[in-house]
Design a protein around this ligand. Structure first.
Ligand code: HEC
Ligand code: HEC
Ligand code: HEC
Ligand code: HEC
Ligand code: HEC
Length: 174
């Protein structure tokens, strides 16, 4: 299997063990990266740069959050308001122009999704003054968005309980 001349059996075993351990750590690294950085996106859009460093308001891009159930994802046109003039020739930004020329939306990979039978509304929660970070974590530090909390029933019901709000099944399931 492993041909290494003039080394004793224990040394061979040690080498094999090291190789196997190396593979395990490399594999764990890949998995941890995937968890830490969230899914890869068609354009490497960074919340850390836009919402963090450049301090652009969440509501500039997610403008429906206070008025509807969905926060909304910004259109290609909204990106181009800035990127027609800001680093337009930078390769990752050129990709935005390519989508615009083809008249296609950018196929962003969805990060958070509730099951069909469960209803959630941004409007109701923002009206009560909850910050985005209460449910999405510190997005301003994320290059790729990743889920910070698991949106299971406990996550929702615990907070309704703490706020003396209804935990009636039909609030969320209809
Ligand atoms: C310049 C525009 C822009 C700004 C500013 C911005 N976002 Fe986003 N946001 C996007 C785009 C584009 C996506 C879809 C791609 C992605 O997931 O990274 C997105 C996705 C998200 C998602 C994940 C949606 C999903 O798929 O589940 C969350 C959560 C989010 N943004 C929260 C925030 C918060 C909180 C802020 C403010 C701190 C913010 N965003 C500021 C453009 C923006
Ligand atoms: C309000 C202005 C503004 C809007 C709107 C905006 N950006 Fe940006 N974007 C910037 C600025 C400023 C930079 C940083 C440029 C620099 O570093 O010189 C940037 C950088 C980038 C970069 C390069 C990041 C890197 O890692 O080098 C990408 C890709 C990008 N934006 C994608 C997008 C996408 C996609 C949208 C629409 C969802 C968007 N931007 C909307 C201002 C904006
Ligand atoms: C009380 C918890 C909570 C708060 C506060 C909250 N979100 Fe969300 N957000 C969720 C849940 C749950 C989903 C998944 C909803 C679904 O799949 O229907 C979600 C999905 C999203 C999405 C992707 C789908 C969409 O709605 O268009 C974006 C973008 C988003 N949130 C942005 C924001 C921003 C920006 C803020 C602050 C202004 C915010 N959220 C505040 C819980 C929250
Ligand atoms: C941070 C605490 C908190 C979390 C987390 C939370 N909720 Fe709520 N939710 C509230 C409060 C408080 C209200 C009452 C808002 C009001 O006064 O109308 C509410 C209201 C609602 C309503 C009624 C909306 C309406 O239109 O009247 C629904 C549905 C709901 N939540 C679903 C969910 C779901 C699903 C989740 C989990 C994904 C969730 N909530 C997570 C605190 C929370
Ligand atoms: C505040 C919102 C909320 C309330 C109130 C609520 N649920 Fe849920 N429920 C959820 C969410 C969110 C999920 C999805 C969990 C997931 O995706 O793991 C869920 C999932 C479920 C499931 C599927 C279980 C599973 O593991 O997939 C059942 C069954 C269920 N709920 C029944 C109920 C019943 C019965 C009540 C009333 C006693 C109730 N729920 C009240 C938010 C709620």
């Amino acid at each position: 299997m492993l041909f290494i001349p003039r080394v004793t059996l224990p040394v061979k075993i040690a080498i094999i063990v090291l190789v196997v351990l190396g593979l395990i750590f490399a594999g764990a690294g890949v998995i941890l990266r995937a968890v830490d950085y969230g899914p890869a996106q068609p354009v490497p859009f960074s919340h850390r740069i836009h919402a963090g460093t450049k301090d652009i308001s969440c509501f500039f891009c997610h403008q429906y959050a206070t008025v509807s159930a969905n926060a909304g994802i910004p259109s290609v046109e909204k990106c181009l308001l800035c990127h027609n003039v800001i680093v337009p020739r930078w390769r990752p930004v050129e990709k935005i122009h390519e989508y615009a020329q083809r008249n296609e939306p950018i196929p962003w990979v969805r990060v958070n999704r509730m099951p069909e039978f469960t209803h959630f509304s941004h409007q109701a929660h923002l009206a009560r003054g909850f910050d985005c970070s209460r449910c999405h974590g510190n997005v301003k530090e994320m290059d790729r968005i990743r889920p910070v909390y698991k949106f299971d029933m406990k996550f929702c019901v615990n907070c309704h309980w703490e706020n003396n709000f209804s935990t009636n099944c039909y609030i969320c399931h209809w």
